[in-house]
Design a protein around this ligand. Structure first.
Ligand code: PLP
Length: 421
């Protein structure tokens, strides 16, 4: 694609965009200081789909009009409401419907899935994470190690970029496992590194885990709804993702989980009544009768008002199709990359690998005479929403479902302006 630095060119790409109409199905934040919003923060909190408002409203109405009968006698009955997310999650993650379930929130799921898949023994007790792991994942892994009476100081291994480099290399993970693999119980790794935006070789990670007899869990927070996933094929033991980032389901919305179909023994997970087969659940038997598939990992009846926006959002993804979204995303982020490189090469760099990225670019202020944080604040004043990561990174992520090429062009304009201010 040959890009041009002009508003007409950006507008012409929007006119040719087959997904352009989805933008109108989202609520954008308000104007600020006379600037319309340039919202590039879908990696942190996606915008509100108008459909999500309708879906939540409809559940509130159901509660009002039918009260307890909403569980069984209504459109989308609450007793099986989570199943409304199954097809959408399966499609986005390349999983079989029986391998996915909507439940809890991400960190909670990581813990519950580690209850199943991190079962350390003195011989095989270590967890591998990446050195720059999202703090919640680090805390979760370290506390699991401690809970089992081991010491994260020696038992939490970090896969890190080589010195002087920013990105993770699979061969370094392979080397680490060559040395330590027989003592490693679990690899807990992301699909997309949240800071650099690097897309990791998830298939390669899963294969290495299998070779060395380790369990593999993937944190797909920044991957789902962003890049193509093939979980059934890659076969990690488990995965989980939040739904408020690229999936636009709203703050704290219900997360998703994947459990590979080879794991079904009821002795290997923690039970609650919502993991019991629906058919026998209300017989209130003493003995647990597990539901089929990943659903058995559920425990409680889910918070419907936090699940409703997930269902709404998945409908939009199913209409748009991940293939088309990904195609647009590569052009959109490609345009952003090109504009930043063309206009600001000496001042602003980009630490996201061009050959392994999703929506996100992590921009870095190269020119040390610029106060990076002040620059970020000047962007905020111009109603650009990205996000700041210490010490000098500004993450921007055009989301193909609602961002336009004009958004990307406007970002470059406002960045020029903010740099000159
Ligand atoms: C966003 C994110 C989280 C957030 O966890 P919650 O339990 O949803 O608050 C955790 N891990 C990673 C890698 C993330 O990107």
């Amino acid at each position: 694609m040959i890009y041009q630095d002009s508003p007409d060119f950006a507008a012409s790409l929007d006119r040719e965009d087959p997904l352009a109409s989805f933008r109108g199905q989202f609520n954008f934040p308000r104007d600020k200081n006379g600037f319309s919003p340039v919202y590039l923060c879908g990696n942190s909190l996606g915008l509100q789909p108008k459909l999500a408002v309708d879906f939540v409203q409809s559940e509130l109405e159901k509660w009002k009009d039918f009260a307890v009968d909403g569980h069984f006698h209504s459109k989308r009955p609450w007793v099986s409401y989570h199943q409304q997310a199954t097809a959408g999650f399966a499609e986005l993650t390349g999983a079989k419907p029986g391998e996915v379930v909507a439940m809890n929130t991400l960190t909670v799921n990581l813990h519950l899935l580690m209850a199943s898949f991190y079962r350390p023994t003195p011989e095989r007790r270590k967890i591998v994470i990446e050195a720059g792991a999202f703090p919640s994942d680090q805390y979760a892994a370290a506390s699991q190690i401690r809970l089992h009476g081991f010491d994260p100081e020696s038992d939490l291994l970090e896969w890190r970029p080589r010195s002087g480099e920013l990105h993770l290399r699979l061969e370094d993970l392979a080397d680490m496992l060559e040395r330590e693999g027989s003592s490693v119980a679990l690899l807990l790794l992301p699909g997309v590194q949240y800071y650099t935006g690097q897309v990791l070789d998830m298939q390669g990670i899963c294969e290495l885990g299998r070779q060395h007899g380790c369990r593999v869990g993937l944190d797909l927070a920044h991957a789902v709804g962003n890049v193509a996933l093939q979980l059934s094929l890659w076969a990690p033991d488990f995965a989980s993702w939040c739904t408020y980032k690229y999936l636009n389901a709203g703050p704290g919305a219900i997360a998703g989980a994947f459990v590979h179909e080879s794991h079904r023994s009821p002795d290997d997970f923690l039970h609650g009544w919502w993991g019991n087969k629906q058919g026998t659940r209300f017989e209130m038997r003493r003995k647990f009768d597990p539901a089929e598939g990943a659903e058995a990992w559920q425990m409680s009846n889910p918070p419907i008002f936090s699940l409703a926006p997930v269902i709404a959002s998945l409908q939009l993804f199913q209409q748009a199709g991940l293939d088309r979204l990904r195609k647009k995303s590569m052009m959109l982020t490609g345009y952003l990359h090109w504009l930043v490189a063309t206009r600001f090469d000496d001042r602003i760099g980009n630490i996201t690998p061009a050959d392994a990225r999703g929506c996100q670019l992590s921009l870095i202020v190269k020119d040390k005479s610029i106060d990076a944080r002040a620059l970020f604040d000047r962007l905020c004043e111009r109603n650009v929403t990205g996000d700041w990561r210490n010490p000098d990174v500004i993450r921007v992520a055009p989301a193909p479902l609602y961002n336009s090429f004009v958004d990307v062009f406007d970002f470059a304009e406002r960045l020029s302006d903010a740099l000159d201010d």
